[in-house]
Design a protein around this ligand. Structure first.
Ligand code: MG
Length: 427
């Protein structure tokens, strides 16, 4: 072997060693640059692969909403693997296929696999702003999918730097979040019994009732009976999920306000913004915008027009834990109250939301981060900590969770086809 060849062999072997060393020591020297074997500059924090997994999990009971009754919940789990061996985990979850929003679990998976991943592979996972801007320039909408990706990037960077995601977002000002529970059996006596149980367990003292699917007077009687039974021991609120028209809402909001209901969520269609402004002017109970906010720009327009007194913050509808803070900033500047909303995510999406919400200056209407409690199974090694009416947010690096690989393998939707294809391969 001549000297030139020997030198080259030495260089390649040295380079391979340096790449492998970075992979073996994920928390050391994270921003080191290297050239790959084809001579392209790579960062040790480059994104190597993105995997999306659809998971179906059973719920503790049917969950009735105006537009859909959930019998189970479907999560899209996102695993972003980086060249330094760090893996970030995110979740993109919606309710009832396409019943709630314009992304379904299937479209989220397909769009991330076919459109997001090619844009992100090889990019620096440690620069969340640059990665999300790259997506924003080429992909319209798709905030649910973007939220899962942004969560995974933040999780990876937090693990790499040894910091909780809340600290990457500027630092937490609280460690725990009060959590509302949704009473959604549709049966008054059952809902009262469920609320009493939650008060006894010291798990929830804020209750949200999903109404709008039934006849309006019956819905109002149902809500008022529950408020009478619970009295001052609990805050009772309603979520109409856009089901009423403006005329019905005008009458119903007055009745609800007069009977001690604290908050009325999205009483009419998101498209009737002028109607929301009129309702917000006359309703004795504050009006909260939820479906009305499909992006940060919606939040700005609602604030400018005075269409709501409270905003529901959802990472899925803003494009991630970092993005949702932009909506919160608009609300704060406009004097609008904040409520930490959920898309009934499992543990991953719930923690991604929680890390953003603990950084807010004010969160006057608390949160509804109870998604994991609605599921009979989760795919995390350790369940989230709910205690004394609050969700306690971990201080460990990243989102502060680890996946239970066996449970994930069991609940993934493609389990059957994967087993079959493995069996065929082995045969
Ligand atoms: Mg809602």
């Amino acid at each position: 072997m001549n000297a030139f060849k020997l030198l080259n062999t030495f260089k390649v072997s040295n380079q391979t060693n340096s790449i492998l060393a970075a992979r073996k020591k994920p928390y050391e020297n994270p921003f080191q640059n290297f050239k790959n074997l084809t001579g392209i500059d790579m960062r040790a924090t480059a994104i190597e692969s993105i995997e999306t997994i659809i998971v179906d999990l059973p719920t503790i009971r049917p969950h009735k909403l105006a537009m859909h009754t959930m019998q189970n919940q479907t999560l899209v789990i996102i695993r972003v693997r980086c060249a330094d061996g760090v893996e970030g985990v995110g979740e993109s979850t919606t309710i009832g296929g396409l019943a709630y929003g314009n992304e379904s679990p299937d479209s989220i998976k397909t769009n991330i696999d076919k459109h997001f991943a090619p844009l992100l592979i090889g990019q620096d996972s440690g620069n969340v702003n640059a990665a999300m801007l790259r997506l924003e320039r080429s992909i319209r909408g798709n905030t649910f999918a973007k939220s899962g990706i942004e969560s995974a990037l933040l999780d990876a960077q937090g693990k790499r730097l040894g910091l909780p995601v809340s600290e990457l977002l500027g630092g937490r000002v609280r460690d725990a979040l009060s959590v509302a529970w949704t009473l959604a059996s549709g049966d008054t006596a059952k809902d009262i019994a469920e609320a009493e149980k939650m008060l006894d367990l010291r798990r929830h003292r804020i209750f949200k009732l999903k109404i709008g699917a039934g006849e309006v007077n019956r819905d109002l009687s149902h809500v008022i009976a529950i408020k009478k039974a619970l009295g001052d021991r609990a805050s009772v609120r309603v979520d109409v999920n856009q089901a009423w028209d403006e005329a019905v809402a005008l009458r119903a909001c007055r009745i609800l306000g007069a009977n001690g209901i604290d908050l009325i969520e999205q009483p009419i269609s998101r498209h009737n913004r002028a109607g929301m402004v009129r309702l917000n002017t006359v309703s004795p109970a504050p009006i909260m915008a939820d479906e009305s906010i499909e992006c940060v720009e919606d939040a700005f327009n609602l604030a400018r027009e005075g269409a709501a007194s409270v905003f529901a913050l959802k990472i899925a509808k803003n494009g991630g834990p970092r993005a949702v803070l932009r909506t919160a900033a608009i609300a704060e500047a406009a004097g609008i109250g904040l409520y930490g909303g959920t898309m009934l995510e499992g543990g991953i999406g719930t923690l991604a939301s929680a890390h953003a919400f603990v950084t807010l200056n004010t969160l006057g209407w608390d949160t509804e981060l109870f998604g994991p409690l609605l599921l009979t199974e989760d795919i995390l090694s350790e369940p989230l900590v709910y205690r004394d009416f609050q969700l306690h947010v971990p201080h460990t690096p990243g989102l502060g969770l680890s996946l239970d690989e066996e449970r994930l393998a069991f609940f993934r939707r493609d389990k059957v086809s994967r087993i079959t294809s493995t069996a065929v391969h082995q045969a």
